[in-house]
Ligand binder design. Structure first.
Ligand code: 13P
Ligand code: SF4
Length: 363
């Protein structure tokens, strides 16, 4: 579905050097009224203009770091911009340069499906039997659901802390929407695989219940990231055969089999730290989005840095944020015209904020 209006040719047909120069000028004129946040999967031509880059946890924190700013231009995907709006209490104007920059994983859990699963599971195990945890990569409505039911949000950098907090409450866990992060971190926390079962939102509840989902300690929502799903366990074997001594580091959105075979796993921020702090001459195969892997390779010329897979694993929605769209939103803001504002309704935001604040307190 295309929800982003097409840009005028003066944006799309200008040479990149001209676009870059115009972005730098308008950004300078907006000064401290503006903060640009950029996720690590953004292209270099966006990252160069970001005041802060980070993983989704760091960017959530950075959203509140400049109280004087009126505008946050979020160069990332929709759920990240929503979280920034929630955490700033709707007091800042949060703008997503291209409205088509969504996240297919976040779209895999709707609020109606979540409420149905909750109703069915709690009808069997009791009203207080579950604690819901949602990955940051989810809609504001899911975050609000989690907030309303005593749960919290996690990111790939704090999922272990959040799991520990949940397990201490001696409840079953409903983990949305990424089965892989939920399984990888659950296993790391000592939960056997057979105690983590999948809830498939696309089938009828009875099928899930017949498969024994209500007996599981952790109910994993059957969602995934199609970008990270392209990394396979055989890629680990191939790269180890090709590059002797290579260390494999994979994002926890990769499958259990890939993460088990890898030397390490972690958020985009952790991946950057591991590679950049390693000694010269090190070799790394990185299981995450290609823009980050290419940048890591360019920034570490004294090391070998390759993608874990030969196929280019690009997040097509992150890639929608490009210099023409950035220039377009910045020029509009300067004129006093707000385009592509991401605004969560107050009731949803109130409960989602409770879930996000719980996460920030745990960290
Ligand atoms: P990080 O929080 O590790 O940056 O991950 C966000 C994301 O969407 C990865 O696909
Ligand atoms: Fe969503 Fe995957 Fe893209 Fe991350 S890489 S934003 S999880 S589609």
């Amino acid at each position: 579905m295309t929800i982003q209006a097409e840009l005028a040719p003066r944006y799309t047909e200008s040479p990149i050097e001209e676009t870059r120069a115009l972005i730098a000028e308008v950004r300078a004129r907006l000064g401290s009224r503006l903060v640009i946040l950029g996720h690590h999967y953004q292209v270099d031509d966006i990252v160069r203009f970001a005041d802060f880059t980070g993983d989704s946890f760091k960017l959530a924190r950075m959203a509140t770091s400049r109280p004087e700013a009126e505008f946050i231009v979020f160069c990332g995907v929709h759920f990240m911009a929503e979280s920034a709006d929630i955490l700033t209490g709707g007091e800042k104007i949060v703008v997503l340069p291209d409205l088509n920059a969504g996240c297919s994983m976040a779209d895999m859990a709707s609020i109606d499906q979540t409420e149905e699963a909750w109703e069915r599971l709690t009808a069997i195990n009791g009203p207080d039997s579950y604690l819901p945890i949602t990955y940051m990569n989810s809609s504001a409505a899911i975050k609000a659901f989690v907030g309303r039911h005593g749960g919290t949000v996690c990111t790939s950098s704090n999922a272990a802390t959040v799991y520990r907090w949940a397990l201490a409450q001696d409840k079953r866990i409903l983990f949305l929407p990424d089965q892989h992060l939920g399984r990888n971190v659950g296993y790391q926390m000592g939960i056997p695989l057979e105690e983590m079962k999948l809830w498939n939102p696309l089938t009828i509840a009875e099928d899930n219940l017949e498969a024994g989902v209500a007996e599981a300690k952790v109910v994993l929502w059957q969602g995934h990231c199609s970008v990270h799903g392209r990394f396979l366990p055989e890629h680990v074997d191939e790269v180890r055969a090709r590059i002797p001594g290579v260390k494999v580091i994979a994002h926890p959105e990769c499958s259990f089999e890939v993460v088990q075979k890898a030397d390490d796993s972690g958020s985009t921020e952790k991946i950057i730290k591991a590679v950049s702090e390693s000694p010269a001459g090190s070799a790394w195969a990185v299981g995450t989005e290609v823009n980050l892997v290419s940048r890591l390779a360019a920034e570490n010329p004294d090391k070998t840095v390759v993608s874990l897979s030969g196929i280019s694993c690009l997040c097509a929605t992150m890639y929608r944020i490009d210099p023409p769209h950035l220039l377009w939103v910045l020029e509009a803001l300067e004129r006093g015209e707000i385009v592509n504002r991401i605004q969560v309704d107050p009731e949803t935001a109130r409960w989602a904020r409770i879930a996000l604040d719980r996460m920030l307190e745990l960290a």
